[in-house]
Design a protein around this ligand. Structure first.
Ligand SMILES: [Zn+2]
Length: 129
């Protein structure tokens, strides 16, 4: 299914540089604390659970589940925005693509898919698994 919606380039900063470097290779990584072992999202330089700065980028499964979603039907190209709970634990604000918006359900299994942006690295979105 074609997604004609243009996706603006993400904002890349020091805390997210490693994420976008991996995204350019279509690798989905999640910041994980080497001190307490917990993954978190969004990317931060300091672990939100224990305060350690020992953050590693670990390969994530790319699997998740829709926690909540909303379909923006009034947009020129309608799109679905959603919180997806990753299999690794953290929840991510993202888009659901390549799907029938009317068939989306809370609790539905989804899988990451990288979507090209206008002039930046591809961004991770999700499609039904
Ligand atoms: Zn920690």
């Amino acid at each position: 299914m074609a997604d004609a919606r243009k996706i603006p380039a993400p904002i890349v900063n020091v805390e997210t540089q490693a994420f976008w470097n991996a995204a350019r290779e279509r690798r989905f990584v999640v910041p994980t604390c080497a001190a307490c072992g917990k993954p978190h999202w969004y990317p931060r330089a300091i672990c939100p659970f224990c305060g350690s700065d020992k953050i590693e980028w670990r390969a994530a499964s790319g699997r998740g589940r829709i926690y909540s979603y909303s379909v923006m039907r009034r947009a020129k190209e309608p799109y679905a925005i959603a919180y997806v709970t990753l299999a690794e634990g953290p929840a991510m604000l993202t888009n659901i693509v390549d799907c029938d918006f009317d068939a989306l359900k809370v609790g539905q299994d989804v899988r990451v898919v990288f979507q090209d942006t206008e002039d930046g690295p591809p961004v991770p979105m999700f499609r039904p698994a």
